[in-house]
Design a protein around this ligand. Structure first.
Ligand SMILES: CC(=O)[C@@H](O)[C@H](O)COP(=O)(O)O
Ligand SMILES: NCC(=O)COP(=O)(O)O
Length: 237
């Protein structure tokens, strides 16, 4: 069954709006786990606009499920991840000014860089995943980097899904099959939601994990976090 990792970036966005500690990011992570989340994902960005580096250190002490840290592997990020030693690190190619992730790695042109960074994390015993689109060249390139998994960048699926569900998922099915054939684990994320998750999960084989934040936290405003997590998990059955 596909595992649900809850991305709590947006809890930190709300906390940061007032400068205090409400809502408490660590308490929310613990509660998400209690409500059924099988992992906690954070994506500290260089400007710390939501998750701060200190949050990552604090979360390490209390997360009991899978802890997944996403981000661009500059020196500060690499040092942070090594000091925290999470279960998984997901490398994304975002430039510092990106509003949100909007592309996967060009694994062919960044091959040497990715090999170097991935070897650092693997030497520390941290599972690695790299954020990629469905271009098979990038999936094959991912294999060359030595990564354990890929994370499929699902925003194009989420955008196209309402108009043409079958076509929106087609390349994702092929990419996941290819990754599996190459021995790579398959994660997915970005703009997955209650509306599109079931269809994605049913049509993308060998999906190990989805990380979901923006839509899930928005849904929690209506349904409450406990109900929302259960609703998302039902889509993954
Ligand atoms: C890699 C990915 O798709 C997510 O980490 C996403 O970028 C969330 O980041 P924001 O919460 O900053 O939009
Ligand atoms: N890796 C994707 C993620 O963690 C959450 O993305 P989103 O659901 O906030 O778009």
């Amino acid at each position: 069954m596909t595992r649900l990792s809850v991305n709590i970036n947006k809890i930190a966005t709300l906390r940061n709006a007032r400068g205090g500690n409400t809502p408490n990011v660590c308490k929310m992570a613990t509660d998400c786990e209690r409500f059924g989340a099988e992992g906690i994902t954070v994506h500290p960005r260089p400007d710390e606009r939501h998750i701060r580096y200190q949050d990552v250190l604090d979360l390490k002490k209390i997360v009991t499920t899978e802890f997944n840290i996403e981000g661009y592997p500059n020196k500060e990020f690499i040092d942070l991840v090594l000091s925290v030693n999470p279960d998984q690190v997901t490398l994304v190619p975002d430039p510092p000014e990106a509003i949100t992730s909007n592309a996967g790695w060009d694994t062919v042109n960044n091959k040497d860089f990715l090999i170097e960074v991935i070897s650092i994390f693997k030497a520390a015993g941290i599972r690695t995943s790299i954020f990629v689109d469905t271009n098979l060249k990038n999936i094959e390139g991912a294999k060359e980097t030595g990564t354990d998994r890929i994370e499929l960048y699902t925003e194009p699926f989420a955008t196209d899904f309402p108009n043409n569900p079958k076509e929106s998922v087609r390349l994702f099915t092929i990419a996941a099959e290819k990754a599996h054939e190459l021995g790579l684990g398959v994660n997915a994320g970005h703009d997955l939601s209650l509306e599109n998750l079931k269809f994605f999960n049913e049509n993308v084989p060998n999906l190990a994990e989805v990380s979901i934040g923006h839509a899930l936290v928005a849904d929690a405003l209506y349904f409450g976090m406990e109900n929302t997590i259960q609703m998302y998990k039902r889509q993954l059955k």
